[in-house]
Design a binder for this molecule. Structure first.
Ligand SMILES: [Zn+2]
Length: 384
């Protein structure tokens, strides 16, 4: 069994130990020490980062009480090494993990939901609950969690005796067979947990619920605590500043300004559509009447305009009228009108012009994947 220095002192960033085993594993070596301050991956939390004698530790795992440290180069058995845990990252995780206990304890006492999932790595922390939380619930949980921080409640970790444990009511995600470590946030939560925690809730800093989604019949929360909450706030401020500059709107006025711009844009799109239609119909009017088929390309026309053009265009020719919008690179949308017989020709038209679509005997619509030249040449010869 490896002596777990992180159990006794969660703030131990540097330690000395003796190498008791080292063997090739995966892309490097697994180094086993007589004792370690590296917390291994487990219970949803990633393993600690750091170095052994300056060599980076890329992964930390525990199996049957033995902690192994993955390193890119080997160590000789019996040598003394100095281990350094990345304290900044570990403290960030302790802030988040202790914050999780506070939130889970409050959710449990308010709503009687269980914490059924937990993930804490480099990114945001997520936790899953067995029931749904309304927006009022979320607000209340967040308020109470932050109140627990302001009250600076002690957090204690201990291994109770079997008798003490039997008398204790605590949250646990699974049936535990080894010695059970109990983490108590005074007055808020009692939970079985093997991870390092901060000494008191004041060290957690702000607790913010940044997202809540329905998850397997319950709720998945994304929560940020301490330095992560500060980073989140700064990112939001940066976003807000950029939007404020972009919309020339002071803080608090960005949404109404953006909403008005969106409405103005929708009005402009509608006006643009109307102008395009009028323009198309004017172009149509100017066309001389002709024998046979007639093609008209209206590059930016919408579906409505194409239909209106096809309806009017049939009066300008004796054959089929072909209204097209689009370009050679992206293809063309078409509406074709005729005095009859179109339905039977649709397959041949689409086959010749790499197209798709259909309709009635007097009007078909769809798209062609061919150049304007090829389409117009095809309809010069086409007989209906
Ligand atoms: Zn825990």
């Amino acid at each position: 069994m490896t002596e777990k220095l992180y159990d006794a002192d969660a703030y131990l960033w540097e330690f000395s130990a003796t190498v008791v085993e080292c063997h090739a594993a995966g892309d490097g070596f697994d180094v086993i020490l007589d004792r370690t301050a590296f917390f291994p991956e487990g219970g949803g939390q990633a393993g600690d980062e750091g170095t052994l004698d300056g060599i980076p530790v890329t992964d930390v795992q525990i199996s049957q009480g033995i902690v192994s440290h993955r390193t890119p180069s080997p160590f000789s058995v019996g040598t003394q090494v100095t281990g350094r845990v990345c304290g900044e990252e570990r403290f960030r995780r302790m802030q988040n993990h202790s914050g999780e206990h506070v939130v889970s304890g409050i959710v449990h006492s308010l709503l009687d939901y269980e914490n059924v999932g937990f993930h804490l790595g480099d990114g945001a922390m997520t936790m899953d609950y067995s029931g749904e939380l309304s927006s009022e619930d979320l607000r209340r949980v967040e308020d109470l969690a932050n109140r627990a921080v302001w009250e600076n409640r002690p957090i204690r970790c201990c291994y109770p005796s079997e008798d003490e444990l039997a008398a204790l009511s605590y949250r646990s995600k699974k049936e535990l067979t080894e010695a059970v470590r109990i983490v108590t946030v005074e007055g808020i939560d009692t939970c079985a947990c093997c991870a390092p925690h901060v000494r008191s809730t004041g060290e957690i800093g702000a607790i913010v619920i940044t997202d809540a989604i329905r998850w397997k019949g319950g709720t998945r929360l994304t929560v940020r605590c301490g330095s992560d909450a500060l980073a989140e706030y700064r990112a939001l401020r940066e976003d807000e500043k950029s939007l404020s500059n972009l919309f020339s709107a002071p803080r608090g006025q960005i949404f109404p300004v953006a909403e008005k711009l969106q409405k103005d844009y929708a009005d402009l799109r509608r006006a643009y559509g109307r102008a395009g239609k009028e323009n198309a119909l004017l172009r149509l009017e100017a066309l001389p009447a002709c024998e046979g088929n007639l093609c008209l390309v209206l590059p930016d026309a919408d579906a409505d305009t194409l239909r209106a053009a096809a309806n009017g265009g049939i009066e300008k020719c004796t054959g089929a009228f072909v209204a097209l919008s689009g370009n050679d690179a992206e293809g063309y949308r078409y509406v074709i009108s005729a005095r009859g017989g179109l339905r039977a020709m649709t397959k041949a038209i689409n086959g010749a012009l790499n197209g798709r679509g259909g309709g009635s005997d007097v009007m078909i619509q769809g798209s062609f994947n061919a150049s304007e030249q090829i389409i117009c040449d095809y309809f010069k010869e086409f007989q209906i």
